[in-house]
Design a protein around this ligand. Structure first.
Ligand SMILES: NC(=O)c1ccc[n+]([C@@H]2O[C@H](COP(=O)([O-])OP(=O)(O)OC[C@H]3O[C@@H](n4cnc5c(N)ncnc54)[C@H](OP(=O)(O)O)[C@@H]3O)[C@@H](O)[C@H]2O)c1
Length: 244
């Protein structure tokens, strides 16, 4: 348990496996309240914590407008709902996705899941009137325009989708500031993490791969160190700013 630390409330979108699943594991282990989304079998995730009322798992497919709407309506309907941190983690990488080879559908798949779904999901949460302290989008160093990763052969659609996510979330941050709203919007690169997404035979050496546990432990520190003055910024798991 967390000693004197205040219990905080989290929402993790895309928590069935990988980094998202580990976020929920660590947050529950330290005694926080966690809402999470998966695409199927919601009752089978963290059954004990759900039974105890410390966790509630919803169904949300972020490429389906209706699924997002129905999840947000169910969440907003919970009495007294207020969330300190939302982590929009869901994402895909279908390797390879070269600009010279990918199909229309393969490009759309990355954009729908990594850009449009996350932004619309966050927008719907904000519009639902749920008080939200911060929304962290799990982005990637692949999406940096200034720090272009030329060696990432086969990453065109993925990189473009994360670059587009970055731009849209920056706009979200300044739009909220203009409206005088205090929700903090962040982009976070979780590092190179050993998950199913990373379990592909790439044509280059991936350096510094971590376990999901190591990445999430570091990411939680980054997320919790940010305040309203940081809205619209891009960070790595090492708490270093990253170029857009
Ligand atoms: N692993 C890395 O090295 C790395 C590096 C940089 C950034 N990232 C980013 O970190 C995030 C998590 O990646 P990961 O490595 O944990 O990948 P992962 O193990 O493949 O997990 C991806 C997660 O996204 C969910 N998801 C996919 N499509 C979805 C949809 N349409 N609606 C809702 N959820 C959906 C998956 O749910 P299902 O089980 O239902 O498919 C799963 O929970 C991603 O945004 C990824 O781009 C990862």
């Amino acid at each position: 348990m967390a000693g004197d630390r205040r219990q905080t409330t989290w929402l993790v979108v895309g928590a069935s496996r990988g980094i998202g699943h580990e976020f929920v594991n660590q947050l529950l282990a330290r005694g926080d309240v966690v809402y999470a989304t998966v695409r199927k079998d919601a009752a089978s995730f963290w059954p004990e914590a759900q039974e105890q009322g410390r966790c509630k798992v919803f169904i949300c497919d972020i490429v389906e407008q209706q699924s997002i709407d129905s999840f947000v309506a169910d969440l907003a309907g919970l009495q007294g709902i207020a969330i300190d941190h939302v982590i929009v983690n869901a994402g895909v990488l279908k390797y390879p996705n070269r600009a010279t080879e990918m199909s229309f559908d393969e490009f759309a798949f990355h954009l729908n899941t990594n850009t449009i779904g996350p932004i619309i999901c966050a927008q719907k949460l904000l519009k639902a009137g749920i008080p939200i302290g911060a929304i962290t989008f799990i982005s990637s160093d692949s999406g940096s325009a200034q720090c272009f990763r030329e060696m990432e052969d086969g990453f065109a659609a993925y990189a473009a989708s994360k670059a587009a996510l970055n731009q849209a979330l920056r706009h979200m941050a300044v739009e909220l500031k203009r409206k005088g709203e205090k929700t903090v919007i962040l982009a976070l690169h979780p590092g190179e993490v050993k998950t199913e997404m990373a379990n592909v035979d790439l044509g280059w050496a991936v350096e510094g791969q971590m376990t999901p546990s190591e990445s999430v432990e570091a990411c939680l520190k980054v997320i919790e160190s940010k305040g309203v003055e940081d809205s619209g910024t891009f960070w790595t798991w090492e708490n270093k700013t990253y170029p857009w």
